[in-house]
Each structure stands twice: as structure tokens, then as C-alpha cells.
Design a protein around this ligand. Structure first.
Ligand SMILES: Nc1nonc1C(=O)NC1CCNCC1
Length: 246
């Protein structure tokens, strides 16, 4: 998978994507990352990439022409068409379903805005979709792009040492993850649940599913809204809630 990132701070993503699973995915050739700086395509001595917004008001807007030239150079660099994503609070909220969809694409181009944002004409002419990582305002789209790079890189075949791990991640089946424990069994903070030490894999799977259902019900009921639980899941959740409420 190729990922191009258009950003006024190209080394930002380069650094963020150099650690852990994402760094390993790049070392293994599963993901290639290419940064493009619109300032390299701006004119004049000051290589101007932003200007005041028409209609008045605070803040600056990223100019359409340096971005157009930058995206044209990015497209010329590889014959594989790029799916262009603009990271913006005006975008659809990123979720694991969307991450899986993006991870299946051969090439992504992530457009990172700064200032008040990008000239709308560039968005309309060049952007395939806008995505938001949450309802808050960042200083730039780079952190959002780094989130996308991390989330899609770890889904590339071979990125995780244990391929099954991605399948058990939070949200992989629309639920929150179950709790996890390791050594020591006994600790002043508590004891590892006995079922996890039982060696009974069916019981362990049942317990983990029940914990995922219960935690989702308690913390993110929106993920269960409108979802038809199987008879088994409904029974597990009911038992979880009974046990919680005594
Ligand atoms: N939330 C966000 N999810 O994606 N991008 C987000 C964001 O806040 N972008 C900034 C918005 C203000 N202009 C600079 C970029």
C-alpha cells in the first residue's frame, strides 16, 4: 500500500509513522509513505501557501494553486490512482469500518489542512472524501493523517506478528474490547480472573465475548443501538448485567 501525505510539515508524519507496528510495516515494505509539501509548489520569494479569507473574518486559508500543483506532482509520481482524503472536522467520522475500507485500497493520498482550512474549490475538484477523527478542532490535519496511517498500516497482511490480533481488536465486530491481564496473577491491584487461567478455551472465549458486550452496553450503548443480538449474545449480556447488579 502506498500512502502520500500532503502537508506543510512533511517530517511530522514521517516521524509519527516511524515507530512500532507502523514502522515495522514500512520496514517490511507493506506500506510506503511519501510526503509532499505544498510550499515546494508555491510561487514568489516567500512561497506563499495561504492568504486571507474572502468575506472577511479571522484566519487564513490554504491557497488552491500550490495545492493543485502539489497534488498533480503527487499523482505523476505513481501511475496507481490515489484515493484523496481530506482530513477535516467537516468530514464523516472515522471508524473501524472506514479504516478497513481505506486499508484495502492500493493508494491513499491524505490532505492535511492548516489555518482555517483549504480553499473549497480544491476540495470540490480534487478530494474524494473528507474524514474527521473527532468533533474537536486541531491546529492541523497532520495528527488526523497520522491516525489514519497507523490504523490502516496495522491492518496490512504481515504488519501484526499475530494476525489474529487485528481480528480481536476493539470494534472489529462493532464492540469494545474485553479487558486484558498478564503477570503476576496476584497483585495488590487485584487478581487475574480465574477463567483466564483455566485453559478452557471455550469458557475463555465466552467470558471475553460477555465482557465485550457488557462494556459496550455500559460505555458505548450507541454501538448496540439497532443491533440484533444473537440469542447467545443477548443471554451473555443479560447474565453480565445481572452479575453487575447483584
Ligand atoms: N478534527 C479533525 N479531524 O480531522 N481533521 C481535524 C481538524 O481539526 N483539522 C483542523 C481543522 C482546522 N484547520 C486545521 C485542520
Amino acid at each position: 500500500m502506498r500512502i502520500d501525505v500532503v502537508s506543510l510539515f512533511p517530517d511530522f508524519i514521517e516521524r509519527c509513522a516511524g515507530f512500532g507496528v507502523t514502522g515495522r510495516a514500512r520496514e517490511r515494505g507493506l506500506v510506503s509513505l511519501h510526503a509532499w509539501n505544498p510550499r515546494d509548489y508555491a510561487e514568489g520569494n516567500y512561497r506563499k501557501v495561504d492568504d486571507r479569507t474572502f468575506g472577511g473574518g479571522p484566519g487564513m486559508v490554504m491557497l488552491v494553486e500550490p495545492l493543485r500543483r502539489c497534488l498533480a506532482a503527487m499523482r505523476r509520481a505513481d501511475p496507481q490512482p490515489a484515493h484523496v482524503v481530506h482530513l477535516s472536522p467537516q468530514g464523516r467520522r472515522l471508524d473501524q469500518r472506514k479504516v478497513r475500507e481505506l486499508a484495502a485500497r492500493p493508494r491513499l493520498a491524505l490532505l492535511c489542512g492548516r489555518y482555517e482550512g483549504v480553499d473549497e474549490r480544491l476540495v470540490q475538484a480534487e478530494v474524494d472524501e473528507e474524514l474527521s477523527i473527532g468533533d474537536y478542532v486541531l491546529s492541523g490535519g497532520e495528527l488526523a493523517a497520522a491516525v489514519v496511517v497507523d490504523a490502516v498500516a496495522r491492518l496490512q497482511d504481515g504488519a501484526l506478528n499475530d494476525a489474529a490480533s487485528a481480528a480481536q481488536d476493539s470494534f472489529e465486530d462493532g464492540l469494545l474490547d474485553c479487558p486484558h491481564y498478564s503477570h503476576p496473577v496476584e497483585h495488590p491491584y487485584g487478581t487475574v480472573p480465574e477463567v483466564l487461567r483455566s485453559g478452557n478455551h471455550a469458557a475463555i472465549a465466552r467470558w471475553r465475548r460477555q465482557q465485550a458486550l457488557g462494556r459496550t452496553w455500559e460505555r458505548r450503548p450507541d454501538l448496540l443501538a439497532g443491533r440484533d443480538l444473537s440469542r447467545q449474545d443477548a443471554a451473555l449480556l443479560e447474565a453480565y448485567l445481572r452479575g453487575r447488579d447483584g
